[in-house]
Design a binder for this molecule. Structure first.
Ligand SMILES: Nc1ncnc2c1ncn2[C@@H]1O[C@H](COP(=O)(O)OP(=O)(O)OP(=O)(O)O)[C@@H](O)[C@H]1O
Ligand SMILES: [Mg+2]
Length: 496
C-alpha cells in the first residue's frame, strides 16, 4: 500500500534519512524500530507532509504521492498522532475533533458531529466524553481524542509515534485493543516504539532503521526479541545491568505524614510516609493519579505541603525552595523532559542549565570549562549528533532525554528523583541509564509507570494508592501479581 523508495533527507550536515526503502502492506500493523536518532520520526514527518524529502519517492497504491503538507496527507487518508498532542486545551473534545472540518461556511451541525464521534468511539473502544474539556483529561484520554480526530477525518493509514511512552500499563492494553480493532476494520497502522515486548505483542511486520537507513523488514513471527535487539543496535545486546553492593543503613530521605493538596484543591497526598536509605533504589509503583505527581513536586520544592515533614539527610527541608534542595545535592529527572530543557538553547547550554553558578567566576560564565564538560557528556551518553552547538529542539526525542539525564547526573547528586528516567530511550541507552542508577553512588527515588523497570532496578518497592503508601515489598519477595493487586488498593491478606 505504501512504498518508501530511497528516501533521503538531510538537516544541515546530518543525514536523518539516508536511503530508506521498504513497503507497508494494506491492513497490517507495521512496527518501525531503531536507535534514538535513527530517523524514524523524520520518515513519518515526510509521509505526513510535515517536511519534504531531498530525494526519493513515496508510492501509495503504486502511484507516486505528492505530499506537500498535512492537508495533502489527510486528503490521501493518512493520519498521524504525534508525540506532543496538538489539542486546544480550552476546547471540548468534540470541538477539537471537528476543528478544521467544520464544513461549508463554518456551519457546524453539532448534533450530527456528536453522533459520529460517539459512533467512532464505540466501534474502536475509545471512550471519552465529547463535552469534556481537554484541560481536564488525562494524557491517555487526550491520546484517544487525537485518535478520534484522525478517524473522524476518515484516515485509513494511521501513524503512531511512540504512543505508549506516555501511557499507563492499563492504557497500553486498551490502545492495543484499539489498534487491533482498527486493523480488523481494514486500516493500516504504522507504530513506532522502543519496547520490544510491544512489537511482538501487536505488530505483523517490523522494519528496523539504523543510522538513517532501513536495515531489515521482517515478519514478526520470524524474529526473536534477542535477534530484533541485535538488529536494532547492530551488535550483540549489552548484558543486563549489574547490581553493586547492598544499600547503606542511614536514611537519605524521610517523609512523615505528608498532606498535600492537588492542583484542583483536592487531597492528593493523605498522610504519606516513607523513607529512602542511603544508596538505595526505592521504586514507587502505582496507577497514575494516585499522588505521584504531587509527591515529586513536594520533594523538589515546587509545591508546599499543608502538613508533614521532609527530612533530607536528617535536615528539615519541608518548605525549602528548589535551588536550596539542589545545593544540598538533590537532582531531578522530570516526567516530561520538556520541563527539564529549553528547546531554544543549544545542547551545550542545556547540559549546564541550573548549574551555571558552578561554571562561573565573579558572575562571568567560564565558557571553556562549560564546553569541555559538555563534550565529555555528549561522548559518555552517546548524544547524537555529536555537536554541542546543535539546537536542543533539533534533537530526536530520545537524544533530548539523554541530555536531561546527563545533566542531572553530572554533579554526582547525593539523591536523585528519577521520574520516568528512560522514557523515549532506545534499548542501549536504557541499559546505560539503568547501570548508572545501580552504581550505588547515590540514593534514587524511582517513579516509573514501567513495572519491568521498577522490578529490575528497585531494592525495595513502595506502592502508592490514593495518596498513601499502602504496601512495601522487598526485592526478593515481590511478585508481579502481588504488586498489581496492591496497586489497585487490593487486600494484603489475599496476596499472601
Ligand atoms: N529539524 C531538525 N533539524 C536538525 N536536525 C534534525 C531535525 N529533525 C531531526 N534531526 C536530526 O535527524 C536525526 C534523526 O532524527 P529523528 O527524530 O528522525 O530520530 P528518531 O529515530 O525518531 O529518534 P528517537 O527514537 O530518539 O525519537 C537526528 O540526528 C536528529 O538530530
Ligand atoms: Mg522520534
Amino acid at each position: 500500500m505504501i512504498e518508501f523508495r530511497n528516501i533521503c533527507k538531510r538537516f544541515g550536515s546530518t543525514p536523518a534519512n539516508d536511503g530508506v526503502s521498504f513497503s507497508i502492506k494494506d491492513g497490517e500493523i507495521h512496527a518501525v524500530v531503531g536507535e534514538n536518532g535513527a530517523g524514524k520520526t523524520t520518515l513519518m514527518s515526510i509521509l505526513y507532509g510535515l517536511c519534504r524529502q531531498d530525494s526519493g519517492a513515496i508510492l501509495i497504491d503504486g502511484r507516486e504521492a505528492r505530499i506537500h503538507s498535512p492537508r495533502d496527507a489527510i486528503a490521501m487518508g493518512i493520519g498521524m498522532v504525534q508525540q506532543h498532542f496538538a489539542l486546544v486545551k480550552r476546547f471540548t473534545v468534540a470541538e477539537n475533533i471537528i476543528l478544521g472540518q467544520e464544513g461549508v461556511r463554518f456551519c457546524i451541525n453539532r448534533r450530527r458531529a456528536n453522533e459520529r464521534i460517539a459512533g467512532l468511539s464505540r466501534s474502536f473502544g475509545l471512550s471519552v466524553s465529547p463535552e469534556a474539556r481537554i484541560e481536564d483529561l488525562s494524557v491517555g484520554e487526550q491520546q484517544r481524542v487525537e485518535l478520534l480526530k484522525v478517524l473522524y477525518r476518515g484516515a485509513d493509514m494511521i501513524i503512531l509515534d511512540e504512543p505508549t511512552a506516555v501511557l499507563t500499563p492499563q492504557e497500553i492494553e486498551a490502545l492495543y485493543a484499539t489498534m487491533e480493532r482498527m486493523r480488523e476494520s481494514g486500516k493500516t497502522i504504522i507504530f513506532i516504539t522502543h519496547k520490544l515486548r510491544e512489537v511482538f505483542r501487536v505488530a505483523d511486520t517490523i522494519t528496523v532503521m539504523r543510522n538513517g537507513r532501513s536495515v531489515a523488514t521482517v515478519a514478526a513471527e520470524d524474529l526473536t526479541p534477542q535477534r530484533l535487539g541485535e538488529l536494532i543496535i547492530g551488535r550483540e545486546l549489552p548484558a543486563s545491568a549489574e547490581r553493586g553492593c547492598e544499600p547503606g543503613c542511614g536514611d537519605a530521605l524521610v517523609l512523615e505524614n505528608l498532606v498535600v493538596s492537588g492542583h484542583r484543591g483536592d487531597r492528593a497526598l493523605r498522610g504519606l510516609s516513607l523513607s529512602l536509605r542511603e544508596n538505595e533504589v526505592l521504586g514507587i509503583a502505582g496507577v497514575e493519579g494516585n499522588g505521584q505527581r504531587e509527591l515529586v513536586e513536594v520533594l523538589c520544592g515546587l509545591r508546599k505541603p499543608e502538613s508533614g515533614t521532609v527530612l533530607l539527610f536528617g535536615r528539615d527541608v519541608t518548605r525549602e525552595p528548589p535551588w536550596l534542595l539542589r545545593s544540598e545535592g538533590m537532582a531531578h529527572i522530570p516526567e516530561e523532559r520538556r520541563n527539564g530543557m529549553v528547546t531554544e538553547f543549544t545542547v551545550c547550554e542545556n547540559l549546564v542549565l541550573g548549574y551555571q553558578t558552578d561554571f562561573s567566576r565573579a558572575g562571568v560564565l567560564r565558557l571553556n570549562s562549560i564546553r569541555e564538560r559538555a563534550l565529555e557528556l555528549v561522548k559518555e551518553y552517546d548524544i547524537r549528533p555529536e555537536d554541542i552547538n546543535a539546537g536542543m529542539g533539533d534533537l530526536s526525542g530520545g537524544n533530548q532525554q539523554k541530555v536531561v539525564v546527563a545533566r542531572e547526573l553530572m554533579k554526582d547528586p547525593r539523591i536523585l528523583i528519577a521520574n520516568q528516567p528512560t522514557r523515549g530511550l532506545d534499548i542501549g541507552a536504557t541499559a546505560f541509564v539503568h547501570q548508572k542508577l545501580l552504581e550505588r553512588k547515590r540514593s534514587v527515588l524511582l517513579i516509573s509507570s514501567d513495572l519491568d523497570e521498577i522490578l529490575e532496578l528497585s531494592d525495595r518497592i513502595a506502592v502508592i494508592f490514593e495518596g498513601r503508601i499502602v504496601r512495601e515489598f522487598r526485592r526478593d519477595e515481590v511478585t508481579l501479581e502481588a504488586l498489581g493487586l496492591a496497586m489497585m488498593g487490593g487486600d494484603d491478606h489475599a496476596v499472601e
